[in-house]
Design a protein around this ligand. Structure first.
Ligand code: COA
Ligand code: AMP
Length: 633
């Protein structure tokens, strides 16, 4: 059997990383091209393109004007929840970004300052992000589904000079008052940002602006455009908070240069996208998918990106994805499997698809959670295009494992995200840090150095970065996922090995929910676990022991649900609580969360040998059955 192009590329990326990534870096327009490609900066820490000078906003906008792409569409905005559609050419988007950067500069924002962005899926969010990038200000976008308390935690950690928000977000028909939530967060946080900039939307007027509050549109109109500030490749572009195993989220730091190089590489080689293509990531800018594949990658690569403010169903129906594909001639669609589960549940026969011409679509990419085979097959049979499951994380910012159709297409194996992307040396290790044989499950790790674009660290917390990712297996990045590589080199990601769950493709910490639940005056102890959910893949379930036995636990349950909603946010989807008499534990007192999860999901499992009192499991099972929580066969 001959060696495949993929094998050659992948091997070369690992054996000659500097030559490989230098070539990739040369495909972008730097102010000063890097000569130092890879530098070891400490024990197991590395930096890419150290002496390169560039600006991400320049690469995403100005460069295309110089290159004759000014009149091509850069961004189309489609908002079924407001009925608004807007189109921006590269020239128009560039003008807005340069002017809004001028507005931020007038507010005193400069290179190295941090700016929190708490906004819905509107073009102004993209403008705000790119304007920060233009100045070298580090943005930190917070997903709108998080409650003010969560926003306050991020404000205290990122210490922003300014917050940019909108008067509201819209969830199907519900108006979410973003500005009020920002105000509440600022009143709760210790750090007080100097300025708040608000984009007023007609669905929720701003009554009056207080001192330190500015109207987005007025600022933008009256400001002078500014040029992109030359930045070092390693200057941070953004901080993005993601769930860890404790209550405190981790601020993942992304650089400018490595990020741009990696994203461009991925557009060509993983997604098989060409400049001029229409690329649609149906996600949210609050998540890493939104950062990488709604904003930065498509623009850096000269594509048209689609910014969709809606849901796969109910806005207005399960045909909206097909309408968008037809209307903007989308070539690549990227979303989470849960979006397709929502569509197939509403329209299994795909009747609505018959109304639209989706022939422009070349491939569907799925990520964010494990793709179940029913969804995979439905999507494939319905759309009749390659369906590509690929695996990545907020930490990496771009795919680790994929079917790299821009290099070579492999026959898919459902349940596998296919092969390690060039740059990633994926290895499966056991507890002792030894490689395991093919097809044996273990910890999924990546041998260091990670390729360009991956996290530089955790904001203001080097110790957590080291402890969370680098110390478990010295010389390797511990991904937090478990899985295997089969004899053909296909990687199967089986799920998290920690307390993180994926709910509708949203990454959440059960530990954080437990902290909230345990703070209720009636709760003695609790466990929150992710259980099977037909639509969302997983959903959290709170299992609590109360201080005293109550005949009716409905009120406490409702209070716990409300507490999580108020403190973490609606996105937690924390809707089920069950009261039990005792929690099953090991003899050393560790709660057996996995065992409870197996009982509820109806999985076969072995009684843990370390269990303290096996009789508790029968008790728990009875309670779960009584509450109809156990999944049938
Ligand atoms: N601002 C405010 N609230 C938000 C929000 C936002 N940006 N995003 C979600 N929420 C709210 C929702 O309204 C919902 O509130 P509810 O409990 O009062 O109904 C709650 O947070 C949970 O949201 P979600 O888990 O998204 O559930 P949903 O029922 O609203 O929608 C899907 C389910 C499957 C349709 C939706 O999750 C989806 O389209 N997911 C796929 C795409 C995706 O975004 N993937 C993420 C990363 S790729
Ligand atoms: P996030 O950081 O929000 O992108 O979530 C990353 C996590 O989502 C990973 O660590 C995985 O647990 C999960 N995940 C993402 N993509 C996949 C995939 N294709 N298959 C299985 N799990 C995935």
């Amino acid at each position: 059997m001959g060696t495949s192009i993929y094998d050659i590329e992948h091997k070369r990326s690992l054996n000659e990383p500097e030559a490989f990534w230098k070539e990739q870096a040369e495909k972008l327009n730097w102010f000063k091209s890097p000569t130092k490609i890879l530098t070891e900066t400490g024990e197991h820490t590395y930096r890419w393109f150290e002496d390169g000078v560039m600006n991400t906003s320049f690469m995403a906008l100005d460069y295309h004007l110089i290159n004759g792409r000014g009149d091509q569409l850069a961004l189309v905005y489609d908002s079924p929840v407001t009925g608004v559609k807007q189109k921006y050419t590269y020239r128009q988007l560039h003008k807005k970004v340069a002017k809004f950067a001028g507005a931020l500069k007038d507010l005193g924002i400069e290179k190295g300052d941090t700016v929190v962005i708490y906004m819905p899926m509107i073009p102004e969010t993209a403008i705000a992000m790119l304007a920060c990038a233009r100045l070298g200000a580090i943005h930190s976008v917070v997903f709108g589904g998080f409650a003010p308390h969560e926003l306050a935690i991020r404000i205290d950690d990122a210490e922003p000079k300014a917050i940019i928000t909108a008067s509201c977000g819209i969830e199907i028909t519900r108006v979410i008052p973003y500005l009020e939530m920002v105000e509440q967060a600022i009143s709760e946080s210790s750090h007080k940002p100097q300025h708040t900039v608000v984009f007023e939307r007609p669905q929720h007027k701003v009554e009056s602006l207080s001192t330190n509050q500015y109207d987005f549109t007025t600022l933008l109109e009256k400001s002078e455009p500014v040029d992109p500030v030359p930045l070092k490749s390693n200057d941070p572009l953004y901080i993005l908070y993601t769930s860890g195993t404790t209550g405190k989220p981790k601020g993942i730091i992304r650089d400018n240069g490595g990020h741009a190089v990696a994203l461009r590489f991925s557009m060509e080689n993983v997604y098989g996208a060409k400049p001029g293509d229409v690329y649609w990531a149906a996600s949210d800018v609050g998540w890493v998918v939104g950062h990488s594949y709604i904003i930065y990658a498509p623009l850096i690569h000269g594509c048209t990106t689609v910014l969709f403010e809606g849901k796969p169903i109910k806005t207005p129906d399960a045909g909206v994805f097909w309408r968008i594909i037809e209307e903007y001639k989308v070539n690549t669609l990227f979303t989470a499997p849960t979006a397709f589960r929502a569509i197939l549940k509403e329209d299994y026969e795909a009747e609505l698809l018959k109304k639209y011409d989706t022939s422009s679509l070349r491939a569907l990419f799925l990520a964010g959670e494990r793709c179940d085979s029913a969804t995979y097959h439905w999507a494939h049979n319905t759309l009749n295009v390659p369906v590509i499951d690929h695996w990545w994380q907020t930490e990496t910012g771009w795919p680790i494992v994929a079917n790299p159709i821009g290099i070579e297409s492999f026959d898919p194996k459902p349940g596998s995200a296919t092969k390690p992307v060039p740059g990633y040396d994926v290895q499966i290790l056991n507890h002792a840090g030894e490689s395991v044989p093919a097809s044996e499950e273990g910890f999924i790790t990546v041998k260091l150095p990670l390729p360009p674009g991956c996290l530089q660290g955790i904001w203001k917390n080097e110790a957590r970065f080291q402890a969370g990712y680098l110390q478990q297996f010295p010389g390797y990045y511990a991904s937090g996922d478990g899985g295997l590589i089969d004899k053909d080199g296909y990687v199967f990601v089986m799920g998290r090995v920690d307390d993180i769950i994926n709910v509708a493709g949203h990454r959440l910490s059960t530990g954080e929910m437990e902290e909230v639940v345990s703070s209720h005056a009636f709760v003695v102890e609790s466990a929150v676990i992710g259980v099977f959910d037909q639509l969302k893949g997983e959903s959290p379930l709170g299992i609590v022991v109360l201080k005293e036995e109550l005949e009716d636990t409905t009120q406490v349950e409702a209070e716990l649900i409300q507490m999580v909603r108020d403190q973490i946010g609606a996105v937690a989807s924390f809707k089920k609580v069950v009261v039990v008499k005792r929690l099953p534990k090991t003899r050393s007192g560790k709660v057996l969360r996995k065992t409870m999860k197996h009982i509820i999901n109806g999985d076969d499992f072995q009684m843990p040998s370390t269990i303290d009192d096996p009789r508790i499991l029968d008790e728990i099972r009875e309670t779960f059955e009584e509450k109809l929580l156990v999944k049938e066969g």
